[in-house]
Design a protein around this ligand. Structure first.
Ligand SMILES: Cc1cc2nc3c(=O)[nH]c(=O)nc-3n(C[C@H](O)[C@H](O)[C@H](O)COP(=O)(O)O)c2cc1C
Length: 335
């Protein structure tokens, strides 16, 4: 089935997203689509048309228990924490755990990162064996340890290399491949994202998740959603807007202002995981439901301790039941 959300006008797109949100949880599960050239973007578009609010990848936060908790309060499509290509290829236990998706933890996309295109390609082939809903390439992590060695947002310094790397991965796996990136490395006055979005589409990328800040901004300043609108207007694949979507109101506003196929929520889901069901209720014109009882006390505690710039303290609270070791603090793509 061809579902070309990216090709719709803003108005048609907003209407279709509204209809989907209004349908609530009664949307029947869709038949599994065959992936491969030409249909991968349609498959992702179809998924987003049903569930446009996506849980962002967040290292040390969006592990399987957290994804399950979010799904209990309305989330559907989730993305794993970033996984290093080197670790996947080496079969490291931690990477293996992150790749391993249980039956009740789907649809979940796996996010991989690295600086070496050949290693990334090999890692993508290994990751695809676990049949995530799609593979996401991290081209947005700004943390110096990652970006300065050419991984994450480091790819934004060489858009041609990023496109070639994405194309090689698209050709190597039989799953949709998406890219999560930023509007540019910065601080240029003209961001590369619009032209880059076109080139990524040409390379066969199925969707773009766009954190609307430059890498140089880290998490400072405001995310400029207008870049998501401009990128969305330039391509037919889905563009998902990300950055500073903290409330259900923000979800509705971001969809309306950008006409994007979806919204990705990161830190907002840490303090407020039921944002997913609130957004659906709000868009459908219903009353916003109260927070789930069992989450109210925890939410208050998290809200009181959340560092709004990084979400760090709340992450610690949220993941306090997980076993931690010094190595787990490794890359810290907290952004
Ligand atoms: C604690 C933390 C960990 C993060 N880890 C990742 C990651 O593993 N991969 C990634 O692409 N982005 C990562 N990010 C960035 C988020 O996915 C998202 O792009 C960013 O937080 C902006 O969205 P928000 O304003 O909704 O939080 C992380 C952010 C935070 C706060």
């Amino acid at each position: 089935m061809e579902v070309s959300v990216g090709a719709m006008s803003t108005r048609t797109r907003a209407t279709s997203v509204a209809a989907v949100l209004a349908a609530g949880d009664s949307v029947p599960p869709q038949p599994r689509l065959p992936y491969g050239a030409g249909v991968s973007s349609a498959a992702v578009a179809q998924l987003l048309a049903q569930h446009p609010v996506v849980l962002a990848p967040m290292e040390d936060v969006t592990d399987a228990p957290f994804r399950r908790a979010c799904r209990r309060v309305g989330a559907h499509l989730c993305v794993t924490e970033l996984i290093a290509a080197e670790h996947i290829v080496a079969g490291a236990a931690r990477a293996r755990r992150r790749l391993d998706l249980a039956a009740d933890d789907r649809p979940t996309a796996v996010q991989i990162y690295g600086a070496n295109p050949a290693l990334l390609r090999d890692a993508a082939i290994v990751a695809a064996r676990d049949r995530p809903v799609f593979l996401d390439l991290n081209c947005g992590c700004w943390v110096p340890k990652i970006a300065q060695r050419g991984a994450g947002a480091g790819w934004l310094r060489d858009p041609a290399a990023m496109v070639a790397m994405a194309r090689a991965i698209v050709d190597a796996v039989d799953l949709p491949v998406t890219v999560k990136t930023r509007i540019g490395y910065g601080p240029e006055s003209h961001m590369p994202i619009v032209d880059l979005a076109r080139r990524l589409e040409d390379a066969g990328v199925a969707a773009i998740f766009l954190h609307c800040r430059t890498a140089a901004m880290g998490h400072a300043g405001r995310a400029d959603w207008s870049w998501a609108r401009r990128a969305r207007e330039a391509v037919t694949i889905p563009v998902v807007v990300n950055g500073d979507v903290r409330t259900a109101d923000d979800v509705v506003r971001a969809l309306a202002e950008t006409g994007c196929a979806g919204v990705m929520v990161g830190r907002g889901a840490i303090a407020h995981p039921w944002i997913f069901r609130e957004a659906r209720a709000l868009w459908s014109g219903g009353a916003v439901p109260p927070p789930p009882k069992e989450m109210r006390a925890g939410a208050r505690a998290r809200e009181n301790t959340t560092d709004s710039a990084s979400g760090r303290k709340s992450c610690r609270l949220q993941t306090s039941t997980r076993r931690r070791s010094p190595s787990r603090r490794g890359t810290k793509c907290t952004r």
